[in-house]
Design a protein around this ligand. Sequence first.
Ligand code: NAD
Length: 293
Amino acid sequence: MNLLDGKVASAVWKYTMAEEVKAMVSKGQRPPHLCAILVGNNGASETYVASKVKNCAEVGFESSLIRFEDTITEAELLQKIKEINQDDSIDGLIVQLPLPPRISVQKVTEAISPSKDVDGFHPINSGRMLQNLPCYIPATPYGILLMLEHFKINTTGKSCAIIGRSNIVGMPMSVLMALNNEPGNCTVTLCHSRTKDLGSVTSKSDIIIAALGKPYFLKADMVREGAIVIDVGITRVPSDKTKSGFKLAGDVDFDNVAPKCSWISPVPGGVGLMTIIGLLKNTLRAAKKEISF
Ligand code: NAD
């Protein structure tokens, strides 16, 4: 069994990006600039945004954090997005979810200029992804592709089961693994909560990507010998072994599944670390204006 170690892969990607930023700056260009908007005081959102800001600094990016009280109106938020769209000193914009229920996530998503949409949620970016055109790919699926690329895992011709069909992970992942790219070129089965006899699908698959948010869901009897297993799930579960009383659990029963795998990603220390790499790569691509819209 080999570990798809997010610590190793993310450190290498960060080093490469930091070198690129240094080269940009030495040529007189400004570093990439990511702007994050945070509405309200959701504890998890605060942690995610703080981590994004910290990671930007590590690779030499600029970042700005714009905070609003959760009393902000939808119109005020949309106005701020419009201003940032027109600000040439900002390359990428993310609006941390969740938003207060009064504010339409769809309107906010569509208000962000596709050229600054480094979360890759704008329908223009999703549509381009479907057609295998240059686009911003959502950070978690992009991070998984970068992890596969780092470990030189060849996916062409393999069968791939994806569990979960959310807009941010499972659905885009199913598209990306099916496209005529490497990583990609798989025969994909997209499984979800209505899938019957899911184990019969996963146990025939060369690659399994679990993204359903159910701790330890994927058991050893659902996995074939030699499979490649990628665990996206992150759920806080009670633990008597940690000071906080909680630990992070993935969607895979790692201890029992790992011995059957050729490759497997751990939780924590796997896809979570790669998600931030996906976001940073998108921001770097935006700063380099790699994609024209
Ligand atoms: P979601 O709740 O939006 O979607 C879950 C999906 O799983 C749904 O499509 C549902 O149909 C499917 N599902 C639920 N129960 C199922 C079952 N018993 N069998 C088959 N399919 C089932 O979740 P999400 O936002 O895609 O996140 C999934 C997990 O990944 C969560 O644990 C989340 O915290 C984690 N996540 C991790 C990262 C990361 O960076 N590592 C990023 C995003 C999400």
